[in-house]
Design a protein around this ligand. Structure first.
Ligand SMILES: *Cc1c(COP(=O)(O)O)cnc(C)c1O
Length: 422
């Protein structure tokens, strides 16, 4: 029974012990495991505080200075601050910070530039592309004529010859570049040349690599692509949200597509947290963090290869590794499950030209953003690779998996998880 509490000041632990306990358990899990989900991270306490603020109470349809509601003084300043900081971090002419997440941001790009039934191109999902780049189960594959491109058979790199051939043949209105499970650098300039040749809008989706771009360890598409979309919660390490960066000439088309095209009121607490994250991204420590992500991915890849793992494309340029488990004689799904039991969290993932089914594919995807945020380095990557090899050889040995989970927990205690007070 909850007590009378007209001021709503009773702490969560007392109002709802059930939800409170689940969040506490999640905090413990995130603290005590090695998290290798390539899209995940640890937001700072500052970002979490802004996210959990009274800004969640506000409605503010419109943009700073042009709202449909009164009482916007603070909200306008917060959104201006978020936009200004994001412009500085990425060197963009215009920024919209209102999209609810990466997928709605991408829908805004469609709404701004393409009509239903028109042709678009993007990297196919099985090759490492995102659902929203025109894959058939997504609205973007149903409402538009989607022509997916892929990676080469031999080296699993994006096949720019195929991109050019398909673009010449199909004359798309919009070309997406950007990936969700691809371990190599994106050649934005090469995409620009092709887009120019066929008169297409070039959209770069840097959802995964925004933090790497901000930290200067991946080339930036700003000034090359017409429009750039990003999530704010992956390598960028902010709240769950998104931003669209574009040239001034596209500013009003993008803004109108987000509101009133797709959304109502923006999530102002998220906007404030984006401002905080963009402030953090301007600190010298963010550059170090970004460099550590890439250094760790290379170190983890090299250590895994030395233990007989097969890396798609033979390595990585960014924050992630795609591992073909075939030589280890185990599917990606049972392997990811065994890793989880051992305190190492990753996701099973299809590999290019995967002979197995999407729900039971050959690979796992590993990312280093979260462990880089904890401050782990190459020495820790060696230990993680050794555990991963042991799990691959003994996926059913529960006693062994539990022993490893204990060792993982011990390692994690030496590298406290940012943002979590245990
Ligand atoms: C994660 C991701 C998205 C979607 O982001 P959500 O916030 O999950 O909707 C879009 N594009 C790419 C390339 C992504 O990796």
């Amino acid at each position: 029974m909850t007590k009378r509490d007209p001021q709503g000041l009773t702490p969560l632990a007392d109002v709802d012990p059930e939800v409170f306990a689940l969040i506490r358990r999640e905090e413990k899990a995130e603290s005590e495991t090695v998290r290798l989900i390539a899209s995940e991270n640890y937001a700072s306490r500052a970002v979490l505080e802004a996210t959990a603020s009274v800004l969640t109470n506000k409605y503010s349809e419109g943009y700073p200075g042009k709202r449909y509601y009164e009482g916007q003084k603070q909200i306008d300043e917060i959104e201006e601050l978020a936009r200004a900081r994001m412009k500085t971090v990425f060197g963009a002419e215009h920024v919209n910070v209102q999209p609810y997440s990466g997928s709605p941001a991408n829908l805004a790009v469609y709404l701004a530039f393409v009509k239903p039934g028109e042709t678009i191109m993007g990297l196919g999902l099985p090759a490492g592309g995102h659902l929203t780049h025109g894959w058939n189960v997504s609205i973007t594959g149903k409402f538009f004529n989607s022509v997916p491109y892929g990676v080469r058979q031999d080296d699993h790199r994006i096949d720019m010859d195929q991109v050019r051939d398909l673009a010449r043949q199909h004359r798309p209105k919009l070309i997406w570049c950007g990936t969700t499970a691809y371990p190599r650098t994106i050649d934005f300039a090469a995409f620009r040349t092709i887009a120019d040749e066929v008169g297409a809008i070039l959209a770069a989706d840097i959802a995964h690599i925004a933090g790497l771009v901000a930290g200067g360890v991946h080339p930036s598409p700003i000034g090359i692509a017409d429009v750039v979309t990003m999530t704010t919660h992956k390598t960028f390490r902010g709240p769950r949200g998104a931003a669209i960066l574009c040239k001034s000439q596209h500013a009003s088309a993008i803004d109108r597509a987000v509101f009133p095209g797709l959304q109502g009121g923006p999530h102002n607490a998220t906007t404030a947290a984006i401002a905080v994250a963009a402030g953090e991204a301007q600190q010298p420590s963010f550059k170090e963090y970004a460099a550590r992500i890439v250094e760790n991915a290379r170190a983890l890849g090299a250590a895994l290869e030395a233990k007989g793992f097969r890396l798609i494309t033979g390595g990585t340029d960014n924050h992630l590794l795609l591992v073909d488990m075939t030589p280890k004689g185990i599917g990606g799904k049972p392997y990811a499950r065994a890793l989880d039991r051992a305190g190492i969290v990753a996701n099973y993932n299809a590999i290019p030209f995967d002979p197995r089914k999407p729900m039971d594919p050959s690979g796992v995807r590993l990312g280093t953003p979260a462990i880089a945020s904890r401050g782990m380095g190459p020495a820790e990557m060696e230990r993680i690779a050794a555990w991963m090899a042991e799990v691959a050889e003994n996926p059913q040995d529960e006693a062994r998996l539990d022993r490893i989970a204990g060792e993982v927990k011990e390692l994690c205690q030496a590298f406290p998880a940012p943002g979590i007070i245990l």
